[in-house]
Design a protein around this ligand. Structure first.
Ligand SMILES: NC(=O)c1ccc[n+]([C@@H]2O[C@H](COP(=O)([O-])OP(=O)(O)OC[C@H]3O[C@@H](n4cnc5c(N)ncnc54)[C@H](O)[C@@H]3O)[C@@H](O)[C@H]2O)c1
Length: 266
Protein backbone atom coordinates (compact mmCIF):
# COMPACT_ATOMS: atom_id res chain seq x y z
CA UNK A 1 0.00 0.00 0.00
CA UNK A 2 1.44 3.37 -1.00
CA UNK A 3 1.66 6.01 1.71
CA UNK A 4 -0.42 8.78 0.08
CA UNK A 5 -3.04 6.85 -1.87
CA UNK A 6 -6.16 8.98 -2.38
CA UNK A 7 -4.50 12.18 -1.14
CA UNK A 8 -4.21 15.44 -3.03
CA UNK A 9 -1.17 17.62 -2.26
CA UNK A 10 -0.27 21.18 -3.22
CA UNK A 11 3.34 22.28 -3.07
CA UNK A 12 4.78 25.71 -3.75
CA UNK A 13 8.31 26.42 -4.95
CA UNK A 14 8.04 23.07 -6.69
CA UNK A 15 10.53 23.85 -9.45
CA UNK A 16 13.38 24.05 -6.94
CA UNK A 17 15.56 21.34 -5.45
CA UNK A 18 13.41 20.29 -2.50
CA UNK A 19 10.11 20.84 -4.32
CA UNK A 20 11.19 18.59 -7.17
CA UNK A 21 12.22 15.82 -4.77
CA UNK A 22 8.91 16.16 -2.90
CA UNK A 23 6.91 16.03 -6.12
CA UNK A 24 8.72 12.87 -7.28
CA UNK A 25 8.28 11.16 -3.93
CA UNK A 26 4.63 12.14 -3.43
CA UNK A 27 3.75 10.83 -6.90
CA UNK A 28 5.58 7.58 -6.20
CA UNK A 29 3.40 7.24 -3.08
CA UNK A 30 0.29 7.70 -5.26
CA UNK A 31 -0.76 11.25 -4.33
CA UNK A 32 -2.23 13.57 -6.92
CA UNK A 33 -0.02 16.64 -6.91
CA UNK A 34 -0.49 20.31 -7.75
CA UNK A 35 2.82 22.09 -8.28
CA UNK A 36 3.27 25.86 -8.31
CA UNK A 37 6.26 28.17 -8.79
CA UNK A 38 7.26 31.56 -10.22
CA UNK A 39 9.77 29.69 -12.39
CA UNK A 40 7.27 28.67 -15.04
CA UNK A 41 9.67 27.10 -17.56
CA UNK A 42 11.24 24.75 -15.02
CA UNK A 43 7.89 23.97 -13.39
CA UNK A 44 6.30 23.08 -16.71
CA UNK A 45 9.14 20.86 -17.89
CA UNK A 46 9.23 19.07 -14.52
CA UNK A 47 5.49 18.48 -14.74
CA UNK A 48 5.76 17.17 -18.29
CA UNK A 49 8.43 14.70 -17.20
CA UNK A 50 6.41 13.52 -14.19
CA UNK A 51 3.15 13.25 -16.15
CA UNK A 52 5.05 11.25 -18.78
CA UNK A 53 5.89 8.74 -16.05
CA UNK A 54 2.16 8.35 -15.34
CA UNK A 55 1.84 10.85 -12.45
CA UNK A 56 -1.42 12.67 -11.69
CA UNK A 57 0.22 16.09 -11.67
CA UNK A 58 -0.53 19.61 -12.76
CA UNK A 59 1.49 22.85 -12.74
CA UNK A 60 0.22 26.36 -12.09
CA UNK A 61 2.35 29.51 -12.30
CA UNK A 62 2.16 31.28 -8.94
CA UNK A 63 3.80 34.05 -6.95
CA UNK A 64 2.93 32.96 -3.39
CA UNK A 65 3.02 36.59 -2.19
CA UNK A 66 0.00 37.41 -4.38
CA UNK A 67 -3.25 36.65 -2.57
CA UNK A 68 -5.33 36.46 -5.75
CA UNK A 69 -3.06 33.69 -7.01
CA UNK A 70 -3.99 31.56 -3.99
CA UNK A 71 -7.70 31.79 -4.78
CA UNK A 72 -6.98 30.65 -8.35
CA UNK A 73 -4.63 27.85 -7.31
CA UNK A 74 -7.04 26.38 -4.74
CA UNK A 75 -9.96 26.62 -7.17
CA UNK A 76 -7.90 24.96 -9.92
CA UNK A 77 -6.71 22.18 -7.58
CA UNK A 78 -10.29 21.41 -6.52
CA UNK A 79 -11.53 21.57 -10.12
CA UNK A 80 -8.84 19.12 -11.26
CA UNK A 81 -8.67 16.65 -8.34
CA UNK A 82 -11.86 17.32 -6.30
CA UNK A 83 -10.17 17.50 -2.88
CA UNK A 84 -7.13 18.91 -1.07
CA UNK A 85 -5.42 17.21 1.88
CA UNK A 86 -1.81 18.41 2.01
CA UNK A 87 -0.12 21.80 1.67
CA UNK A 88 3.66 22.13 1.56
CA UNK A 89 4.70 25.79 1.94
CA UNK A 90 8.07 25.35 0.29
CA UNK A 91 8.64 28.50 -1.82
CA UNK A 92 11.40 30.68 -0.45
CA UNK A 93 13.80 33.47 -1.33
CA UNK A 94 16.86 35.09 0.23
CA UNK A 95 18.62 38.41 -0.40
CA UNK A 96 21.77 37.72 1.68
CA UNK A 97 21.85 41.16 3.30
CA UNK A 98 22.74 41.95 6.92
CA UNK A 99 20.74 44.46 8.96
CA UNK A 100 22.85 47.49 7.98
CA UNK A 101 22.89 46.57 4.26
CA UNK A 102 19.23 45.59 4.01
CA UNK A 103 17.17 47.57 1.55
CA UNK A 104 13.53 47.95 2.45
CA UNK A 105 12.64 46.39 -0.93
CA UNK A 106 14.65 43.24 -0.22
CA UNK A 107 13.29 43.07 3.32
CA UNK A 108 9.69 43.43 2.16
CA UNK A 109 10.06 40.93 -0.67
CA UNK A 110 11.64 38.28 1.56
CA UNK A 111 8.96 38.66 4.22
CA UNK A 112 6.27 38.69 1.51
CA UNK A 113 7.42 35.42 -0.06
CA UNK A 114 8.66 33.43 2.94
CA UNK A 115 6.16 34.53 5.59
CA UNK A 116 3.14 36.23 4.01
CA UNK A 117 3.15 33.61 1.22
CA UNK A 118 2.97 30.76 3.72
CA UNK A 119 0.27 32.55 5.73
CA UNK A 120 -1.80 33.07 2.57
CA UNK A 121 -1.29 29.41 1.69
CA UNK A 122 -2.72 28.34 5.03
CA UNK A 123 -5.51 30.93 4.87
CA UNK A 124 -6.76 29.69 1.51
CA UNK A 125 -5.93 25.98 1.71
CA UNK A 126 -7.03 25.17 5.27
CA UNK A 127 -10.79 25.53 4.57
CA UNK A 128 -10.43 23.28 1.50
CA UNK A 129 -8.46 20.72 3.54
CA UNK A 130 -11.16 20.87 6.24
CA UNK A 131 -13.86 20.25 3.62
CA UNK A 132 -11.84 17.28 2.32
CA UNK A 133 -11.88 15.64 5.77
CA UNK A 134 -8.65 17.03 7.18
CA UNK A 135 -4.98 16.65 6.41
CA UNK A 136 -1.52 18.04 6.98
CA UNK A 137 0.35 21.30 6.41
CA UNK A 138 4.13 21.37 6.34
CA UNK A 139 5.91 24.72 6.55
CA UNK A 140 9.48 24.71 5.30
CA UNK A 141 11.33 27.01 7.67
CA UNK A 142 15.12 26.71 8.17
CA UNK A 143 17.80 26.42 10.81
CA UNK A 144 17.63 30.22 10.32
CA UNK A 145 14.30 29.90 12.14
CA UNK A 146 16.03 28.31 15.14
CA UNK A 147 19.22 30.36 15.46
CA UNK A 148 21.01 33.36 13.91
CA UNK A 149 21.67 33.66 10.16
CA UNK A 150 23.53 36.40 8.24
CA UNK A 151 20.49 37.53 6.25
CA UNK A 152 18.24 39.77 8.35
CA UNK A 153 14.97 39.36 6.52
CA UNK A 154 15.46 35.64 5.90
CA UNK A 155 16.04 35.02 9.61
CA UNK A 156 13.02 37.10 10.59
CA UNK A 157 10.82 35.36 8.02
CA UNK A 158 11.84 31.85 9.06
CA UNK A 159 11.43 32.58 12.79
CA UNK A 160 8.05 34.09 11.89
CA UNK A 161 7.01 30.97 10.01
CA UNK A 162 7.99 28.80 12.96
CA UNK A 163 5.73 30.90 15.22
CA UNK A 164 2.90 31.08 12.72
CA UNK A 165 2.91 27.29 12.62
CA UNK A 166 1.95 27.24 16.31
CA UNK A 167 -0.97 29.61 15.67
CA UNK A 168 -2.10 27.32 12.87
CA UNK A 169 -2.11 24.37 15.29
CA UNK A 170 -4.31 26.39 17.63
CA UNK A 171 -6.77 27.25 14.89
CA UNK A 172 -6.78 24.21 12.58
CA UNK A 173 -6.68 21.22 14.96
CA UNK A 174 -10.47 21.40 15.27
CA UNK A 175 -10.58 20.86 11.48
CA UNK A 176 -8.44 17.72 11.77
CA UNK A 177 -5.47 19.48 10.20
CA UNK A 178 -1.98 18.88 11.61
CA UNK A 179 0.64 21.60 11.08
CA UNK A 180 4.39 21.22 11.53
CA UNK A 181 7.52 23.13 10.58
CA UNK A 182 10.73 21.60 9.36
CA UNK A 183 14.09 23.34 9.66
CA UNK A 184 16.62 22.29 7.03
CA UNK A 185 20.28 23.11 7.45
CA UNK A 186 22.34 23.45 4.30
CA UNK A 187 20.84 21.30 1.52
CA UNK A 188 22.89 20.61 -1.63
CA UNK A 189 21.50 20.60 -5.19
CA UNK A 190 19.22 23.58 -4.58
CA UNK A 191 19.14 27.17 -5.80
CA UNK A 192 19.78 28.26 -2.21
CA UNK A 193 22.91 26.11 -2.00
CA UNK A 194 24.29 27.45 -5.29
CA UNK A 195 23.66 31.08 -4.30
CA UNK A 196 25.49 30.63 -0.97
CA UNK A 197 28.87 30.16 -2.64
CA UNK A 198 31.88 27.94 -2.02
CA UNK A 199 33.16 29.45 1.25
CA UNK A 200 29.74 29.09 2.87
CA UNK A 201 29.47 25.49 1.68
CA UNK A 202 32.90 24.72 3.11
CA UNK A 203 32.07 26.38 6.44
CA UNK A 204 28.81 24.44 6.67
CA UNK A 205 30.58 21.12 6.05
CA UNK A 206 32.97 21.89 8.90
CA UNK A 207 30.25 23.14 11.26
CA UNK A 208 27.72 20.34 10.60
CA UNK A 209 28.53 17.44 12.94
CA UNK A 210 27.87 14.90 10.13
CA UNK A 211 30.31 16.92 7.95
CA UNK A 212 28.18 17.03 4.83
CA UNK A 213 25.26 18.90 3.30
CA UNK A 214 21.83 17.31 3.31
CA UNK A 215 20.02 16.29 0.13
CA UNK A 216 16.62 17.33 -1.24
CA UNK A 217 15.57 13.69 -1.03
CA UNK A 218 16.29 13.59 2.71
CA UNK A 219 14.05 16.63 3.19
CA UNK A 220 11.37 15.11 0.96
CA UNK A 221 11.40 11.94 3.07
CA UNK A 222 10.68 14.02 6.19
CA UNK A 223 7.94 16.00 4.42
CA UNK A 224 6.39 12.72 3.22
CA UNK A 225 6.38 11.37 6.77
CA UNK A 226 4.66 14.52 8.07
CA UNK A 227 2.16 14.46 5.19
CA UNK A 228 1.26 10.80 5.67
CA UNK A 229 -0.89 9.19 8.35
CA UNK A 230 2.28 7.69 9.89
CA UNK A 231 2.67 11.01 11.75
CA UNK A 232 -1.02 11.14 12.77
CA UNK A 233 -0.35 12.41 16.32
CA UNK A 234 2.42 14.89 15.43
CA UNK A 235 1.29 18.50 15.26
CA UNK A 236 3.12 21.70 16.18
CA UNK A 237 6.53 20.03 16.05
CA UNK A 238 9.59 21.87 14.77
CA UNK A 239 11.98 19.33 13.30
CA UNK A 240 15.57 20.21 12.48
CA UNK A 241 16.96 18.29 9.50
CA UNK A 242 20.50 19.56 9.66
CA UNK A 243 23.05 16.82 10.41
CA UNK A 244 23.11 17.86 14.08
CA UNK A 245 24.04 21.51 13.40
CA UNK A 246 21.58 23.08 15.85
CA UNK A 247 21.89 20.42 18.55
CA UNK A 248 25.70 20.48 18.67
CA UNK A 249 25.92 24.22 17.87
CA UNK A 250 27.73 26.14 20.55
CA UNK A 251 29.36 23.10 22.19
CA UNK A 252 30.82 22.12 18.82
CA UNK A 253 32.30 25.60 18.35
CA UNK A 254 33.64 25.61 21.93
CA UNK A 255 35.32 22.23 21.42
CA UNK A 256 36.95 23.36 18.20
CA UNK A 257 38.32 26.46 19.93
CA UNK A 258 39.43 24.29 22.88
CA UNK A 259 41.26 21.86 20.57
CA UNK A 260 42.92 24.70 18.62
CA UNK A 261 44.00 26.32 21.90
CA UNK A 262 45.40 23.04 23.25
CA UNK A 263 47.33 22.54 20.00
CA UNK A 264 48.72 26.08 20.12
CA UNK A 265 46.73 27.14 17.01
CA UNK A 266 44.93 30.13 18.58
N1 LIG B 1 18.65 24.73 0.33
C1 LIG B 1 18.93 25.05 1.56
O1 LIG B 1 20.10 24.99 1.99
C2 LIG B 1 17.81 25.46 2.51
C3 LIG B 1 18.10 25.51 3.88
C4 LIG B 1 17.09 25.86 4.76
C5 LIG B 1 15.82 26.16 4.28
N2 LIG B 1 15.57 26.10 2.95
C6 LIG B 1 14.21 26.41 2.50
O2 LIG B 1 13.74 25.34 1.71
C7 LIG B 1 12.72 25.82 0.81
C8 LIG B 1 12.95 25.21 -0.56
O3 LIG B 1 14.12 25.75 -1.13
P1 LIG B 1 15.18 24.82 -1.94
O4 LIG B 1 16.19 24.41 -0.96
O5 LIG B 1 14.48 23.82 -2.74
O6 LIG B 1 15.84 25.94 -2.87
P2 LIG B 1 15.54 26.31 -4.40
O7 LIG B 1 16.12 27.66 -4.61
O8 LIG B 1 16.04 25.21 -5.28
O9 LIG B 1 13.95 26.37 -4.52
C9 LIG B 1 13.16 27.47 -4.12
C10 LIG B 1 12.00 27.59 -5.10
O10 LIG B 1 11.10 28.62 -4.64
C11 LIG B 1 10.66 29.30 -5.80
N3 LIG B 1 10.15 30.63 -5.46
C12 LIG B 1 10.87 31.71 -5.08
N4 LIG B 1 10.06 32.76 -4.88
C13 LIG B 1 8.79 32.33 -5.14
C14 LIG B 1 7.52 32.96 -5.12
N5 LIG B 1 7.37 34.26 -4.80
N6 LIG B 1 6.42 32.21 -5.42
C15 LIG B 1 6.57 30.91 -5.77
N7 LIG B 1 7.74 30.27 -5.82
C16 LIG B 1 8.85 30.97 -5.51
C17 LIG B 1 11.88 29.36 -6.71
O11 LIG B 1 11.54 29.67 -8.05
C18 LIG B 1 12.46 27.97 -6.51
O12 LIG B 1 11.95 27.06 -7.46
C19 LIG B 1 12.80 27.34 0.89
O13 LIG B 1 11.72 27.81 1.66
C20 LIG B 1 14.10 27.62 1.60
O14 LIG B 1 14.06 28.82 2.34
C21 LIG B 1 16.54 25.77 2.05
Amino acid sequence: MARLTGKVALMTGAAGGQGTAEAELFLREEAAVVLTDVDVATGESLTQRLAGQGGRVTFLPQDVADEASWKNVVAAALARFGKLHILVNNAGTIARQGIVDTTVEAWNRTIAVNLTGAMLGMKHCAPAIRDSGGGSIINISSTAGLTAHDDAAYTASKWGLRGLTKTAVLQFSQWNIRVNSIHPGQIADTGFFRSGGEAFAHAARVAIPLHRQGTPRECADLVLFLASDESSFISGAEIAIDGGYIAAGTASLRNRVRDDFAAGRN
